[in-house]
Design a protein. Structure first.
Length: 79
């Protein structure tokens, strides 16, 4: 099982802060993103940062081991 987390306005548009995706051998980060972007296009229009197991990732071809945690975030600023 892959745990998927959403933060800020991405979570608002998904309507929840977490969900699970079934693990499959050869599952890539881009596969998870593509599947969820079809279900939540307004949320994924905001996504600009992705992390896997706490590490910022840009390579959509990255294979996801079972029990991975994937996080999708929008840009944010503070002050």
């Amino acid at each position: 099982m892959i745990q998927v987390l959403f933060f800020g306005p991405v979570a608002d548009r998904v309507g929840q802060s977490a969900l699970s995706v079934d693990y499959q051998p050869e599952l890539r980060l881009q596969d998870v993103r593509d599947t969820l972007a079809v279900r939540y296009p307004q949320a994924f229009a905001l996504v600009c940062m992705t992390a896997v197991n706490g590490q910022h990732v840009r390579d959509g071809a990255m294979l996801l081991p079972d029990h991975s945690e994937v996080t999708f975030m929008a840009k944010f600023s503070g002050g």
